[in-house]
Write a protein that binds this ligand. Structure first.
Ligand code: PMV
Length: 353
């Protein structure tokens, strides 16, 4: 049995524009998906999902990976969760040259699904790491990032950048521009996350921006302007001491850029009333800046505030169902102690099909 975990992320800047070759800066946060993998004698895959913001479920299948058993949770959610696991298994089988390898897989996640915090990337990254180690072919984080990107690309019909998967695999703050992915130095920024309890449809939101960009020159310019914000933000970060508490000036400048970025994302039609309300609650509480994170449409915002004011304001914001401080996680995918997992057994509501 092997166990791996990988972090979720927030976008400091650059989501959506990164799909068109502009740079983006996602930052890994200390909320993880944990995947336990146990090799089987046969070629079946059994998936048990415990906390993917939905009631636990278990599915087992073999051969045709598009076979989906009937389970008592929304088909969309099962398809999404199982689709990512399938793709991760496919990558691990390919890496180990073991096309018939079967696994029992348990997924536990502290990252809400589809809410802009990179839950699927974290599950895919941790899944590939655990499955390849279980097959005796451990991969370097960069190789896992590459394979996780291919897995997401496949599941999301080509609508994926390398940002989420690279960030989750290597951890810390990263810069992604097309195929060029690298870690950058950044201080531990005081991120506060607000969650509206919902989720956006990444594929639809990306397609909406694509249509606007094709139709209007000013929408294409807006996407490029997001790239300019990212470049400005990067140069500010490059001048900061990564090992010190960020100065007030640094936070003010980054916050201003986050506000600007949110305005442009709003103009591109990917915000929502609940996200805007949380953004405004954070700003009015004195956050240095606030923006949606990820695809948008619903899900999470990220604000910069070293005080407790934004968290308090979000707690009193009707649209906000959860808020938390998100520390920068400098560690990417990692092996976990399998002894912790072995005692847990199967959740009572899980049902083998
Ligand atoms: O909502 P998330 O965490 O899946 O992030 C999507 C980010 C986009 O830039 C909109 C798409 C992508 O693949 O980069």
């Amino acid at each position: 049995m092997t166990v791996s975990s990988a972090p979720g992320k927030v976008y400091l800047f650059g989501e959506h524009a990164v799909v068109y070759g502009e740079p983006a800066v996602p930052c890994a946060i200390e909320r993880r998906a944990r995947v336990t993998v146990d090799a089987r004698e046969d070629d079946h895959i059994r998936v048990e999902a415990r906390d993917l913001s939905l009631d636990g479920f278990t599915v087992e299948y073999a051969g045709e990976t598009d076979y989906r058993p009937d389970v008592d949770v929304s088909k969309g959610l099962v398809d999404a969760a199982v689709g990512y696991i399938d793709a991760a298994v496919g990558q691990a089988r390919d890496a180990a040259d073991a096309p018939d390898a079967g696994f029992d897989i348990t997924v536990e996640s502290e990252i809400p699904l589809g809410a802009g915090l990179g839950s699927s990337a974290a599950v895919v990254v941790a899944g590939i790491d655990a499955a390849t180690r279980e097959l005796g072919v451990p991969l370097a984080p960069e190789e896992i990032a590459e394979r996780a990107y291919r897995a997401e690309y496949e599941v999301q019909d080509g609508q994926a950048s390398r940002a989420d998967t690279f960030c989750s695999a290597v951890g810390g703050a990263v810069r992604v521009e097309g195929d060029d992915c690298r870690r950058i130095d950044a201080p531990n920024l005081p991120f506060v996350v607000g969650f509206d309890g919902g989720a956006g449809d990444t594929g639809e939101l990306v397609a909406g921006v694509r249509r606007l960009r094709e139709e209007y020159g000013f929408a294409a310019d807006t996407v490029e302007s997001i790239g300019d914000i990212v470049r400005t933000g990067e140069s500010i970060l490059a001048d900061a001491d990564p090992d010190s508490v960020p100065s007030d000036d640094l936070l003010t400048e980054l916050g201003r850029l986050m506000d600007f970025d949110h305005g442009l994302l709003e103009a591109l039609g990917v915000s929502s009333r609940t996200l805007d309300n949380m953004v405004w609650a954070a700003r009015e509480a004195g956050a240095h800046g606030a923006k949606l994170t990820g695809a948008g449409g619903g899900g999470c915002i990220v604000a910069l505030d070293e005080t407790s004011e934004t968290r308090t304001a979000l707690r009193y914001t009707a649209e906000c169902t959860d808020e938390f401080r998100a520390e920068l996680d400098r560690e990417g995918v990692r092996e976990e102690d399998s002894a912790d997992a072995s005692g847990e057994g199967t959740s009572p509501e899980a049902e083998e099909l």
